[in-house]
Design a protein around this ligand. Sequence first.
Ligand SMILES: Nc1ncnc2c1ncn2[C@@H]1O[C@H](COP(=O)(O)OP(=O)(O)OP(=O)(O)O)[C@@H](O)[C@H]1O
Ligand SMILES: [Mg+2]
Length: 405
Amino acid sequence: MNVLMISPGYPAEMALFTRGLARAGATVTGLGDQPPDALPPAARDALARYVHVGSLAAGAHVAATVRELARQARIDQVECLWEPYMVLAARLREDLGLPGLTVAQTVPFRDKERMKQLLDAAGLRTPWHASAATVGEVWAAAERVGYPLIVKPVDGAGSADTYRADSSADLDAILPSLRHVPRVSVEEFIEAEEFTYDTICADGQILVENICQYHPRPLLTKIHEWISPITLALRDLGDPGLQDGRELGAAAIRALGFRDGFTHMEWYRKADGEVVFGEIGARPPGARTVDVMNYATDADFFTAWAQAVTHGRISEPITRHYNAASIFKRASGFGRITGYEGLDRLLDEFGEHVVAVDLLPVGAPRRDWRATLIGDGMVIVRHPDLPPTLEMARRFAADLRLHAA
Ligand SMILES: Nc1ncnc2c1ncn2[C@@H]1O[C@H](COP(=O)(O)OP(=O)(O)OP(=O)(O)O)[C@@H](O)[C@H]1O
Ligand SMILES: [Mg+2]
């Protein structure tokens, strides 16, 4: 099986999926805009060949390059797990007559209005929503949706340019910040807990599921720098409180006609138990969530994905042994990391349950916490039982401090 992997080494997790393809027995050609010597070793070692293009955004040039590649050696499949180039990958598939998501099937995963229209048509509960391209349309949408509401880009990521408005005065204050966004979704604000529903599928069948809970909701972690965001992969997917979310997730996959690969959905659970769709991507979750899924199961979801898309099945059954939580840290102060506080005590107390400590070293410049959920580093803890997992995660969130100056 010859697989063309778009952007095989960037973002960093792509290298692990590329390696997964090689481990699943595929011959992998990479195509990306990273210079060859910038490829992470995991990707470089897994690739039979790497084609370097100046820009993946130059769609016509990339398509011509790939047609030429296909003349030289058969391409059986095109894969891309990086959101900005999923439509490009779909176009290449259509060009080469290969199976997998078409452009028309990919667009609803990128355009959150189209996505919700299809789910509405399937009878699934989405937030009331309307799309708007002008200030006038935003006001008209707000009139229909009511307050509190959310305004966000139709193709946003990382909660960028996403705002809550509790009143028309709030909305008025927000509008100038949205001037550079061509089209927004205006949505009913759903007061709820927030979860993911992630799957690997083959032939339209769900082979494996995962659910994470976010603590707190992503929008809050985007507003307050002092928060240490937690992503908690739950061990017990049989929990009665999760069943409506699982059903919603499976129904969303059916409604969008997704068949093969990773999906990452977000959904809300209100205090009265009602579940509401948030969004879905035809790709894995980012921010090292796949690592958290691996720690929850002792499995390798990178290779499991590759097996699913090349063989239509996953070779080893995946069993959930643990709850696993990532805790992301943001240092206090600007500039470079000067030290940690509380780490030794936390490791003394919880060490056996701590499976990853990946903090920026002293002397490293701080990362932009608004641009990357990873922040200045992360810790992963796990435990078979939920309360101790949550307790440990909360302690790392509260008692581990990074300082910068
Ligand atoms: N209708 C809504 N009601 C309540 N909160 C919302 C709503 N829409 C978005 N949010 C909040 O804003 C966050 C970001 O919105 P959303 O997930 O749609 O966009 P995103 O920027 O694509 O996120 P991601 O980083 O997951 O790609 C959500 O996780 C949620 O906390
Ligand atoms: Mg989201």
